[in-house]
Each structure stands twice: as C-alpha cells, then as structure tokens.
Design a protein around this ligand. Structure first.
Ligand code: DC
Length: 240
C-alpha cells in the first residue's frame, strides 16, 4: 500500500503565496483569505517572532545548542483583531505584530531563517495550523516545503526598484529617520540570503503560477488570484 504524504492526509484546502520580500504577498494573501473565508497565516511573522525572542533573550543563534534549547520556549499563535480586522501574531502571549516589523528584527531575520532547526520548528507549526482550517499562507517555502501539494500556488515577483519604494514608504510612515539606502541594502541582503541558503531556499515551485505585480494594482492582483481559485478549487470550498 502506498504511503500517504502529509498533504494527502489533510482534509483542508491550502493556497500558498511565496515570493521575494516586499512584493505585496501579505496584502494579497490577507485579501484573498478574507474573500474565501480562509484563515490567513503570515509565515514570515513567525520567523520574525523567533528572531525577536533570540534578540531579547540574548540567544547566540550561531550556537546550535543554544538554539535547540531556546526553541521549546517559543510559543506562537495568531489571533484575529476585531478592531484592525487583521490576524496578529502573539509570542508567548504578547502581541508582537508591530514590534517584529522593526528594522532591528528585519536586519537579523534572514540569518535566523537559515538555521535548519529553526526552519524545522517553524515548518512543523505551519503544517499544524494548515491542518485545522482552510488556509492562505504566505512566505518563501510554503509551496515547495510546507505544503507541496497545495491546491493553488502563486509565486510573486516585482521590479526591485518598485519593491524598495514600497518598503520605504511603509517603514518611513513609522520612522521618518529611515533612509532609502538603508531600506535598499536590507532588501538586497534579504533577497540574497533567502535565495542562497542551504535549507529550503526561495524558489518558485514547478507547479506555481507566476504573478509579476510591478505595474498591477492591488485589485488587479486579487482578480488574478480569484480567477485561479475558481479554476482550481471547487466552488463549495470557496463560495465563489
Ligand atoms: O515575509 P517577511 O519579510 O516578513 O519574512 C521575513 C524573513 O523570514 C525573510 O527574510 C525570510 C524569512 N522567511 C522564510 O525564510 N521562510 C518563510 N516561509 C517566510 C519568511
């Protein structure tokens, strides 16, 4: 008898959105999830929360043993905030949704996300979340590693200058001292590390659909994704 893969056991429907940093993955994923009545999971927030924990607790993440000892103390969950209408991440019962977006975390997160034990820990939690609900999950390796049998996989890209400008606007709103050069350097560094790491590097899954949103509006991107959903996922699952 053939052995079933993790995904074959699953009864839930998964849409994955992977791609480069600052491509608008979370904006699209959040809107798509809301439209389909699926749960939205921001897997990058999990790597950011782990990084925040390491920074705050002075964990030397170049030391394998220190990382292995620290990981069981990290509890992460997402909770829906009725006021913002968004799903927010909690680290050991503290809402860290905003603090994890800081450049202090952004500067270290790609490095932390290269660590094999960190990835194993995060992937296991992501898979558990996907077993419970129909889910739209965004990240870097969701279609390749976390849910290789997802019903629909989208891979997002956009021109690097457009991505730098988008991220600059987002960070400048919170910190007017930030410079475009800092943002560009951080984005380029993250692109490089994310796509060159040994474990689950960023790459487009063979069966993913490419979405280059360099000159697309948010509503055009949503229409693009909804069309794919209609083609690939039964209407009784999505209500479309
Ligand atoms: O999506 P984001 O910018 O919040 O992700 C933060 C970092 O986490 C990013 O530099 C790469 C890493 N990441 C990852 O390695 N795998 C994922 N599934 C999601 C994020």
């Amino acid at each position: 008898m053939a052995v079933l893969s993790f995904n074959e056991y699953m009864k839930t429907t998964i849409v994955t959105i992977d791609g480069w940093s600052s491509c608008g993955k979370s904006t699209l994923a959040r809107q798509l999830a809301a439209r389909l009545g699926f749960v939205y999971i921001d897997s990058g927030a999990m790597y950011r929360a782990i990084t925040l924990y390491f920074i705050r607790n002075h964990i030397d993440w170049t030391n394998e043993e220190a990382v292995e000892n620290a990981l069981p103390n990290i509890n992460m969950r997402f909770e829906h905030n009725a006021v913002s209408g968004q799903s927010e991440i909690y680290l050991n019962d503290e809402n860290v949704e905003y603090v994890i977006r800081d450049l202090v975390v952004a500067e270290k997160v790609s490095e932390v996300a290269t660590i094999a034990s960190v990835r194993k820990y995060a992937v296991r939690q992501q898979q558990k979340m996907g077993v419970r609900h129909n889910t739209v999950m965004d990240g870097r390796d969701i279609g390749t590693t976390v849910f290789p049998d997802a019903a629909l996989k989208i891979f997002m890209t956009a021109d690097i200058l457009v991505r730098i400008e988008r991220r600059f606007k987002e960070l400048y709103a919170k910190n007017p001292n930030i410079t475009i050069e800092e943002v560009a350097a951080n984005l380029e560094m993250r692109d490089y590390i994310d796509s060159h790491r040994e474990v689950s590097p960023l790459r487009m899954a063979d069966d993913a659909v490419l979405l280059d949103n360099t000159s697309m509006t948010i509503s055009e991107q949503l229409d693009f994704a909804l069309k794919l959903v209609k083609e690939r996922i039964p209407a009784e699952t999505t209500g479309l």
